[in-house]
Design a protein. Structure first.
Lengths: 210, 131
């Protein structure tokens, strides 16, 4: 029994500091939870990527990626998303330094770049569908429209979210809960950029290799 | 040991360095990330279009570049680092990568294998075509 008590004492002394401090602040819990959600979202995208990889040659006599994809458009889309990720980071820094006008400015730039990306993607989709290469043409095109369209939907959701957040900053100010939501938005936007890196690599660059 | 050390939220930079050095360091971190990402993206597009590289090696090169760029985004934009206050975030990321690899590699291998083994012989294919 004495031995048990001494072991207990030793164990208590070597406990890490963080576990004695009680629950972590809400900002950390919220961001960690959102990080888990983002990872699950990425797992969903990995299933779409796997479907695309399995169906990429199932063109059913229709056009293949080498005929359909335009690398110039993909390059401009990539530039738009990458720059918007950067301005989103600048927005997070402005939130930290509590400068509201800078938050509005960088949010507006992020929104504009995101909209430009969406417009280019929609123009590409519309061109493909009007050329008879819509999602019903072949399994390859179904997989393509599902994969790229799902990313586009995420970007659309991100733009809506950004608008809502700016309204909240305007009405509520940079309160703690608004700040947490902005942190989650920044995580979401950067994660979308990571998915796009894989998209343009797998679909637009590897997909058109001979 | 009076300071209470919590884990860091994903997406947060260390609070200490921000307080000591202000936002210019933050701007610098994002700018380094942007420059590296631009270099990697440009390299990807160059690798895909050049004839200098042996053809079958191009997809592997592009994969490596994408993995590198993912790392750049994680470190410079999402601030997921190997610091002790980031262990939870890194562990969650590692689990996510494990599942992603299982799904993608598993599906690709199984589908390629089925494709190879279940392809009907030419005479059966001809029968299918005639009906």
């Amino acid at each position: 029994m004495n031995i048990a008590v001494t072991i207990d004492d030793v164990a208590r002394e070597t406990l890490p500091i963080a576990s004695e401090a009680g629950p972590a602040p809400k900002r950390i819990v919220v961001a960690y939870g959102f990080w888990i959600f983002l990872l699950s979202d990425i797992v969903m995208f990995s299933a779409l990527f796997a479907a695309y990889a399995a169906l990429v040659h199932a063109t059913a006599g229709g056009p293949s990626g080498a005929v359909l994809f335009n690398q110039g458009t993909a390059a401009i889309e990539t530039a738009c998303l990458l720059l918007s990720s950067y301005t989103c980071g600048m927005m997070s820094l402005s939130v930290n330094s509590r400068s509201r006008s800078a938050v509005y400015f960088f949010a507006a730039v992020t929104f504009a770049l995101g909209t430009m990306f969406l417009a280019l993607e929609l123009r590409e989709f519309a061109g493909m569908i009007s050329d008879g290469a819509g999602p019903q043409r072949s399994a390859f095109l179904s997989a393509f429209f599902t994969l790229v369209g799902c990313h586009g939907l995420h970007v659309t959701a991100g733009l809506v979210w950004l608008t809502v957040m700016m309204a909240q900053v305007a009405v509520k100010g940079l309160r703690a809960n608004v700040e947490r939501r902005l942190l989650c938005f920044a995580l979401f936007w950067h994660a979308l950029d990571i998915i796009w890196v894989w998209l343009f690599t797998v679909v637009y660059l590897i997909g058109v290799q001979p | 040991m009076t300071d209470i050390r919590f884990d860091r939220a994903p997406g947060d930079r260390p609070i200490l360095t921000d307080r000591e050095e202000g936002t210019p360091v933050g701007v610098l971190v994002y700018t380094i990330g942007l420059v590296l990402a631009v270099i990697l993206t440009a390299t990807s597009f160059w690798v895909a279009n050049t004839s200098l590289i042996w053809g079958p090696g191009v997809p592997i090169g592009l994969m490596v570049l994408a993995i590198a760029q993912m790392g750049i985004h994680l470190v410079f934009f999402l601030h997921i680092t190997t610091g002790p206050d980031n262990t939870n975030n890194v562990l969650a990321l590692a689990f996510g990568i494990l599942i992603v690899l299982l799904v993608v590699v598993g599906s690709t291998v199984i589908m390629a294998n089925l494709n190879e083994n279940l392809m009907p012989p030419p005479e059966v294919m001809n029968l299918h075509m005639q009906h």
